[in-house]
Ligand binder design. Structure first.
Ligand code: 3NM
Length: 535
């Protein structure tokens, strides 16, 4: 007797075949599938939109002989007749194919039936109709299938997974499809998660079928799917989660040693920033111990990413050409696990900037998103207030609203969110604090927010054990120095504040590094814990 259906479906690495020469080349599809199975593929779908029925049945028979050897089910795309002719384990049906209920009536209860869903409605209907799993997409635009309905990104996956409540018993397993490969599979698994609602795996075509060595590609994908993806993406690596600090005194006690590490690091701070603030930001980086480079040259990003620093993507003057550089830079840093900070300058000001934010969030992973209230609202999609230029404008939100906004956005994007203002709000989705250090002069000079982003990014590069704590240390270094500059007798206004601020950034870094007991960051910090939520 066959094993129960659910235990026969392991969706972790799902191979969908394609026999078009552009993808398959001159390889034999059956050989490709055998190699993929050797590399760890767990489910196979035979998909051929062009072959005649006779050829399909012959190929499906050969495929089935191989998949059976490996104990892996073979599903047939769309064609129930082919499935029945070869005795395959089931079918996968798209929204334009036969309905799930009709397919079930024909194939019976033991057949595996998967359904493609691009929206919450399609997903919920497929579950109600008795589908065994969902193929959700199109995740990213793909040359393999150009007649796809909508590109939903990881955010769209997340919304569908949440609506299907995949963590509950009544739901069914889900895979994502559409341009998924070794470079983005861990990100897709991580960014699409919504609490316990998670993908059960990914479906790929070209990442295996078009690969020169399908076995090696399958093996690589399988390893990436099975190894914990959180080490780079999570705010706190899983191994350190149990010792994560959740109280303010505990957090602050660690700040001086992080400031010392940063001040003595010369860590590379790679700025793709706007033309208005470059000089100031570079000087702030130097004063705090980082080594700035201001480069938007896409082709050099992979080399720079290997130097152990971090990247700042600052949308201040985001020309279309620069947006391409941002994406190239983000991908280069994501590839080596380097921190990337997004500063969505003026993110709510124009439709171009709102679109750019969406494009960037789809293209890669940001360790930190930092912005003023208008910008964070625009990224979260919660604010329809028209931003006037790059400044935030007066706030009507309460402290509690602001805390909840950053907490929700951090949870949604699986990153750290910093919302700046008179009081700053920082969250990693679990811990949320309000920080009320700083000087009013920071609001009277250009580039103060951009420079803070650069500093936070540098801190993330030198302290990788906890992104939230690293960001907190960077913010405190920056804002306490601003207070010290304002208090100086030679600071008479915004103009003289700037040199005093640079001096104090450097002096504070040096004092803390040398263990000068007259400067206590812990006692100068004004940090309030707003909430701690379970993961
Ligand atoms: N279905 P690749 S996208 C077969 O969105 C298929 O439903 C899709 O190919 C959908 O892994 C797709 O090469 C092709 O991008 C996926």
């Amino acid at each position: 007797m066959a094993a129960p259906k659910q235990s026969r479906i392991d969706l972790s690495l799902y191979l969908v075949t394609d026999s078009t020469p552009a993808i398959l080349g001159d390889k034999d599809i059956v050989h490709v599938v055998e190699q993929a199975l050797q590399g760890g593929t767990t489910l196979v779908q035979y998909r051929d939109k062009h072959a005649d029925t006779g050829v399909m049945i012959e190929t499906a028979n050969r495929l089935h002989a191989v998949t059976r050897q490996y104990g892996v089910p073979l599903l047939i795309n769309d064609r129930l007749d082919v499935c029945q002719a070869v005795g395959a384990e089931g079918v996968h049906i798209g929204q334009d194919d036969m309905s799930c209920t009709s397919a079930r009536a024909i194939l019976g209860p033991s057949a595996i039936i998967g359904v493609t869903a691009s929206s919450i409605q399609e997903a919920q209907k497929a579950i109600a109709d008795g589908a065994d799993y969902l193929g959700i997409g199109t995740t990213f635009a793909t040359p393999t299938k150009t007649d796809t309905k909508s590109i939903i990104g990881t955010r769209g996956l997340q919304e569908i997974l949440a609506a299907c409540d995949t963590g509950t018993e009544k739901s069914i397993p889900c895979v994502a499809i559409g341009s998924i490969n070794a470079s983005n599979v861990q990100r897709v698994l991580h960014q699409s998660a919504d609490g316990s609602n998670r993908l059960n795996g990914v479906a790929v075509v070209s990442a295996i079928v078009a690969a020169p060595n399908p076995k090696a590609s399958s093996q690589q994908l399988s390893d990436l799917i099975r190894t914990t993806p959180e080490t780079y993406y999570a705010a706190v690596p899983p191994s350190k989660l149990s010792s994560r600090t959740t109280n303010v005194p505990g957090l602050l006690s660690q700040v001086p040693s992080i400031i010392k590490t940063h001040f003595t690091s010369s860590v590379l701070c790679h700025n793709m920033t706007n033309t208005v603030v470059q000089n100031f930001v570079a000087n702030v980086c130097l004063a705090t111990g980082a080594s700035p480079i201001m480069s938007e040259i896409a082709v050099e990003a992979p080399d720079l990413a290997k130097l152990g620093g971090s990247l700042i993507v600052n949308m201040g003057t985001a020309t279309p050409e620069k947006v391409n550089s941002f994406i190239a830079g983000m991908r280069a840093y994501n590839a080596v696990g380097g921190p990337v900070l997004l500063d969505p300058v003026g993110g709510g000001a124009t439709s171009h900037r709102r679109e750019t934010v969406k494009k960037l969030l789809t293209a890669g992973f940001f360790s930190v998103i930092k912005g003023n209230e208008g910008e964070i609202g625009a990224v979260a999609g919660t604010s329809d207030v028209q931003q006037r230029g790059v400044d935030s404008g007066p706030s009507t939100a309460t402290a509690s609203d602001k805390g909840k906004l950053v907490q929700r956005l951090a949870r949604r994007e699986h990153c750290v969110v910093l919302m700046t203002g008179k009081t700053d709000y920082l969250s990693d989705g679990s811990r949320t604090v309000a920080i009320s250090n700083g000087s009013h002069y920071l609001g009277s000079i250009t580039g103060s927010g951009c420079a803070l982003g650069a500093i936070v990014a540098g801190y993330l590069a030198v302290y990788r054990g906890d992104k939230f704590l690293a960001a907190l240390a960077g913010i405190l270094h920056y804002e306490i120095a601003a207070e010290m500059a304002e208090a100086r007798g030679d600071c008479k206004g915004p103009g003289s504040f700037i040199p005093a601020f640079l001096d104090e950034l450097h002096r504070l870094g040096r004092s803390v590094s040398e263990g000068d007991s007259s400067v206590s960051v812990e006692s100068l910090a004004r940090v309030k814990l707003l909430s701690v939520q379970a993961d």
